[in-house]
Each structure stands twice: as C-alpha cells, then as structure tokens.
Ligand binder design. Structure first.
Ligand SMILES: C[S@@+](CC[C@H](N)C(=O)[O-])C[C@H]1O[C@@H](n2cnc3c(N)ncnc32)[C@H](O)[C@@H]1O
Length: 196
C-alpha cells in the first residue's frame, strides 16, 4: 500500500501538504477575516529563504531516494511526521478561525478599536497557536520526508525566526493590552521548545 512512486510516496504527500497549507491560509482569511483578505493571504510570496528552504527539501528528498531508496523507507517515522503535519495544520487553522478579525498575517503596530485579546480556545493552551502550529507542521514535513539535513535546517531557522518574532510581537501586545497580556504571559506558555 505504501509503495507509490517506486517506494517514495512521501514526495507527492509533501506537495499536497504544502498546497493545502497555502490554500487554507487564503480560504480561512477570506471566510473568517474577510476585511483582511488579499492575494497576499495565500502566503506564497514569503521571500527568498522560504523558497530556498522548500526547494532544498525537495532536492534532498529526491537525491537521497536515488542514492539509496532504503534510506527513505521507515514508514513509522514518516507516519509520525504525518501526524505532526496534520496536528500542526489543525492548530494553525483553528487559531486563525478562533482569533478571526484579531488575526492578521502581518504584525500590527497600532491597536484598532476592535482588536481584542484572545485567551480562549486554542489560545488557552499556547499564547501563539498559529506559530506553534506552523512550527509543528514544518518540522513534521521534514520528518515525513525523512530528510535529516532539512530537518535540522528547518528546526533551527524556524526556531530563531519565531523567537525573534514572538519577542517583537509581545512588546506590542503589552503596549496594546497592558497588565492583561502580562498576566496571560504568566499563565500560558508558547509550547515552542525553549521559548517561554
Ligand atoms: C500572525 S498573527 C499571530 C497570532 C499569534 N501570535 C499566534 O501565533 O496565533 C499576528 C497578529 O496577531 C495579534 N495577536 C497575537 N496574539 C494575540 C492574542 N492573543 N489576541 C489578539 N491578537 C493577538 C498580534 O497583534 C499580531 O498583529
């Protein structure tokens, strides 16, 4: 059953996961946050590093498969990657739906009157469910592909990216919501390893 594409069924699965991710970024914004939807909501134009990372992952997967197909045949490890992809996608999508108009792909620098602090639903388990969901999804894709090099690259790069972004975003959230956000920070972690 797992022998598709000469034994490497993960590659088409990865392209599928990537397509579903970008489609949902747009679809959920259009449905639950329609005033903020634009063509950019697909998050396709994420910059050069984003494209390089995914092209690298595709090349690593293909080269390793051709060198030794057996390197790419650990169904249980791939299945655990698939679980992380699904869990990460669900968490990210649920965060976008739950935060609705309070969510924006770009960090806002000025609080709008309608902007409310969200602490319920998935936001009661982690302060940054869409970031944690994306982290899980992206790391999951490389476990799914059995890509050791890209797994390290994705994990380190994303961790550094979210560490900086969360610090910056939270300074603004403290300005917007004051003690309420400080209290939220004390009671709810991020779930991203080593980011308190
Ligand atoms: C890309 S969204 C990410 C939201 C959140 N960091 C997450 O991972 O789910 C960024 C915007 O969400 C807003 N935001 C972040 N956390 C929020 C919260 N708990 N309630 C309301 N707005 C929030 C920020 O002001 C920022 O402009």
């Amino acid at each position: 059953m797992l022998h598709i594409y000469g034994g490497y069924w993960q590659l088409p699965g990865y392209i599928c996961a990537l397509s579903i991710f970008h489609f949902l970024e747009y679809y959920i914004t259009a449905k639950y946050n329609p005033t903020k939807v634009t063509i950019e909501s697909f998050l396709i134009r994420n910059g050069r590093s984003y494209v390089i990372a995914h092209v690298f992952a595709l090349i690593e997967a293909t080269v390793e498969f051709y060198i030794s197909p057996s390197l790419k045949h650990f169904p249980l490890i791939s299945a655990s990657g698939l679980v992380a992809i699904i869990a990460g996608q669900l968490l990210r999508s649920m965060a976008m739906i739950h935060a609705s108009s309070n969510f924006s792909h770009m960090i806002v620098h000025k609080r709008e009157n309608s902007h409310q602090l969200v602490r319920t639903g998935v936001y009661s388990y982690t302060r940054h469910p869409s970031y944690f969901g994306y982290f899980l999804w992206a790391v999951g894709t490389q476990i799914f592909l059995l890509n050791p090099v890209a797994l390290i690259g994705f994990s380190v790069t994303l961790w550094r990216f979210f560490n900086r972004r969360i610090e910056y975003e939270e300074k603004l959230l403290v300005q917007f919501f004051g003690d309420e956000y400080i209290e939220y920070k004390k009671t709810t972690g991020t779930l991203i390893p080593f980011i308190a």
